[in-house]
Ligand binder design. Structure first.
Ligand code: NAD
Length: 295
């Protein structure tokens, strides 16, 4: 089934990024928010990104106008009623996602596909909000932050996702100019299942004084070609987020490599949460990483 109209629920960090990419790729996009102020903020961020691209000579004024014309904000879920594909990007709360999906199931036509951008919730559980007719058209579509810059999308098969849905989503992702990988409906999908234990291991190395914080980061950056070292990246993600993700993974898989290291818990207890609190493994001035702090 050819997708033309895209609906997005939530115009926050991820929803706005997905809306921007879909409008640029030629889709008609409707974004639904709960309050006009949030909608204005999200759409304003997209507009600012296009304005920057025009200022840098990467986008023509006419092209920008075309993108903007394809993108519409709304506070009314019924405006998404004729969409071929709706992606929910509301906050990561099970009750909120279930209510949003149930409302969408009632609002959309029978052939519409429904996707969730969830990072950690089970698609099987999200499917309980839907009628049986929708289940073949439910899947996870996991974008990465910042959406316009990150080329990967994980397509997560839910229980009962049809081959036709997977094929249509692969085509949609390709039209966005991104690459899709198929991922299982299990915590962390593919990327975080591999990335999280690596980051936790790096924290264990720092805990055991295998090398200094700066040297651990330099080693992986320069020796493995990673864009940033693991402790820098952990500060970026947020050490409290890292600790809660580790807890979810350890609970799900029971393997020691997913266990939050004592050092991570100590840093969180001390209020050193990474970039967002101004200190973690490093001191931060806004987005700028400063010197490593004592451990
Ligand atoms: N932030 C990330 O790095 C990242 C990466 C991948 C996936 N995700 C996932 O994407 C989803 C959204 O995360 P985010 O970081 O964009 O959150 P966010 O808080 O920036 O945005 C969520 C938006 O949803 C809106 N919203 C809440 N209820 C709504 C409703 N009923 N209808 C319409 N809009 C509603 C909120 O007003 C808010 O603007 C979550 O499931 C998250 O786990 C986030």
């Amino acid at each position: 089934m050819a997708i033309q109209r895209i609906g997005i629920v939530g115009c926050g960090l991820m929803g706005a990024g997905i809306a921007q990419c879909a409008a640029e790729a030629g889709f008609e996009v409707r974004v639904k928010e709960v309050e006009q102020a949030f909608l204005d903020k999200g759409l304003g961020r997209i507009q600012a990104a296009w304005d920057r691209a025009v200022a840098k000579g990467k986008l023509q004024d006419g092209q920008k106008a075309e993108y903007a014309q394809r993108l519409r904000g709304t506070l009314d879920l019924a405006s998404l009623g004729d969409c071929d594909l709706v992606i929910e990007a509301v906050p990561e709360r099970l009750d909120l996602k279930l209510a949003t999906l149930a409302d969408l199931d009632r609002t959309l036509g029978p052939s519409a596909m429904l996707c969730s951008n969830t990072s950690s919730l089970s698609l099987a559980q999200l499917g309980t909000a839907l009628g049986p007719g929708r289940l073949p058209r439910l899947a996870g579509l996991h974008f990465f932050n910042p959406v316009p810059a990150m080329p990967l999308v994980e397509i997560v098969r839910a229980l009962g996702t049809s081959e036709a849905t997977v094929a249509a989503l692969k085509e949609f992702v390709a039209r966005l100019g991104k690459t899709a990988v198929l991922a299982p409906d299990a915590p962390g999908f593919v990327v975080n299942r591999l990335l999280v234990p690596y980051l936790l291991d790096a924290i264990r190395c720092a805990e055991q004084r295998l090398a200094t914080v700066e040297d651990l980061d330099a080693a992986m950056k320069l020796g493995a070609g990673h864009p940033m070292g693991p402790l820098h990246l952990s500060d970026f993600i947020g050490l409290d987020t890292m600790a809660s993700v580790a807890d979810v993974f350890f609970e799900a898989f029971g393997e020691a490599r997913f266990k939050a290291p004592a050092l991570l818990r100590q840093l969180v207890a001390a209020g050193r949460l990474g970039r967002k609190s101004g200190s973690g493994f490093y001191r931060w001035e806004g987005d700028k990483r400063m010197e490593a702090l004592p451990l």
